[in-house]
Write a protein that binds this ligand. Sequence first.
Ligand SMILES: C[S@@+](CC[C@H](N)C(=O)[O-])C[C@H]1O[C@@H](n2cnc3c(N)ncnc32)[C@H](O)[C@@H]1O
Length: 294
Amino acid sequence: MTLSLGRQYVKRCDPADFEDPRVLEVLADILPERDPRAFVERKAWEFAMLALYLEDVGRLGDETEALAVGAGDERIVFWLANRLKRVVATDIYGEGGFAGNEADDSMLTDPASHAPFPYREDRLEVLRMDGRHLEFADASFDVVFSVSSIEHFGGGADVARAAREMARVLRPGGHAVVITEGYIHKPWLNSAPVDFALRLASGGRMRKRATPRRRAGVDVLTLREIERNIVRASGLELVQPFDLSLSAAAWENVATKHRDGRVETESGEFWPHVVLRFRGSTWTSICVALRKPE
Ligand SMILES: C[S@@+](CC[C@H](N)C(=O)[O-])C[C@H]1O[C@@H](n2cnc3c(N)ncnc32)[C@H](O)[C@@H]1O
């Protein structure tokens, strides 16, 4: 069945989206403390795409049970708890590279201390769970989403396993929204075999994270990897074809990541924050909306 949708959701983050009155309206609700027009940013866009998609497909109400995978303490779970029947936020809280930040294990015991605004505490459950092994029965949720997380789950096989798990726990007719980091341009030298060869040749001093199948640099996916390891691996239907266009404004204030982790922008200011660059590769957020056939 073809869905009739009000806007393009399967797309890259673009400052042009911040001219859409509905995007501005929903952002004013999700991030009430700031003017959405003045703070053009990937993270805000990700929340807006998710919220507007759920509204568009009629899942932003008291009937919906939603699962967040790799949720950390993202504010959208609190915002959704104020609108949905049930929200379950899962992450490997207290473990992995984000344990001291987004995935602090205090989210398990005191989620309210992470909430940016009052929320319906009885609607939000927080569980420690690996996205590659979801501990729920098949067809448990109407909506499953993952924001800026799946690219950090490991190599391609790990991403594919997580995508299959998201599809498995989704009810027929349910919706999955996976927002990840997607390359705009990736030179061929930025590849797993090259990184792995450099690691071997340098006796392990260079490209320390590289394996024959995993690049050493940033956790960003190519379009082919998204198509293979998220769309096809999940077995879900893409609700629209990919729109990969970007307006000229996307290239304002590109943020360059340095090897020591520092991020430097062209203007010196953080905003607008849309495109990032690392060793000649560029990327931004990309939203993938999928549906489970009835
Ligand atoms: C960049 S953070 C994003 C957190 C949150 N979604 C947000 O947008 O603020 C990536 C998250 O993925 C989580 N993560 C990494 N590997 C995971 C796994 N195997 N299963 C579940 N979550 C995982 C991390 O703990 C972290 O919270």
